[in-house]
Design a protein around this ligand. Structure first.
Ligand code: FES
Length: 242
């Protein structure tokens, strides 16, 4: 095997000054304060898996193509328009405390939604969302802008509750939530805190004898506590039959 060369080629081309890409003109801005830390917001932004579950009234599905610590790319569709999927790219700029949600394929390609974060306290974050949407006729700007701000108000409402519970999980102060699952004539006692990220597990067992977490859709067998559908998590503490 040839020895690896130790020679290093140095590129002495002068660096070009950074120019921020120019997106479409903003049609609306949405501002609010979220009762959660910046850390919880970043966690939520990277958590593509929760979109079709926590936001089940908005997203029909999410099919991730790539994900990492600085963002993700996924195909998704809105519940009211499932026949026209889009590809969305989310990129974080932690240094600038902002992230972009860009539509890179499908209807609305070129849309660039920029969310800026302002830390206000350990458990409060200011949010400013600027909606850059291409090709909106001037007489439709107000109406389309209202659609976006109304949608984002609902999404952030749903996310805020999740982030607050997540903080309690991270801090170890979430109250005990015993769960009693009645199936096949037996009752299984388990923790009602999902072993994935701490979501609130329901006590309603489906026809397959399983329960489904409302945050990311992980399923658990209510007879054994074992994970169903390919994940290795199980209900905690170890379930016992009575
Ligand atoms: S918290 Fe993720 S599936 Fe329950």
């Amino acid at each position: 095997m040839p020895e690896r060369s130790r020679r290093v080629t140095v590129d002495r081309t002068p660096a070009r000054p950074y120019t921020r890409p120019v997106g479409p003109a903003p049609i609306a801005v949405y501002r609010r304060t979220i009762a959660a830390s910046v850390a919880r917001v970043w966690e939520n932004v990277l958590d593509w898996e929760h979109l079709p579950w926590l936001h089940r009234t908005t997203f029909a599905f999410v099919d991730a193509r790539a994900s990492g610590p600085d963002g993700w790319t996924a195909e998704t569709a809105l519940v009211w328009d499932p026949a026209h999927p889009v590809v969305v790219e989310v990129t974080l700029d932690r240094a600038e405390l902002c992230y972009h949600t860009r539509t890179i394929a499908g209807p609305g390609t070129g849309t660039d939604i920029v969310t800026r974060l302002t830390p206000l306290a350990w458990d409060r974050t200011g949010i400013e969302v600027t909606f850059g949407v291409p090709d909106v006729p001037p007489d439709a700007v107000e109406r389309v802008g209202r659609v976006y701000t109304t949608l984002y108000a609902r999404l952030w409402d749903e996310d805020e509750g999740m982030m607050q519970r997540r903080q309690a999980v991270v801090d170890g102060v979430l109250p005990t939530e015993p769960l009693a699952l009645a199936v096949d004539g037996h009752t299984l006692e388990a923790s009602g805190v999902c072993p994935h990220r701490g979501g609130p597990l329901p006590d309603c067992v489906d026809g397959d004898g399983c329960i489904t977490c409302p945050w990311h859709g992980y399923r658990f067998d209510a007879r054994t506590g074992a994970g169903v559908g390919g994940h290795a998590l199980r209900l905690a503490p170890s379930p016992t039959r009575r």
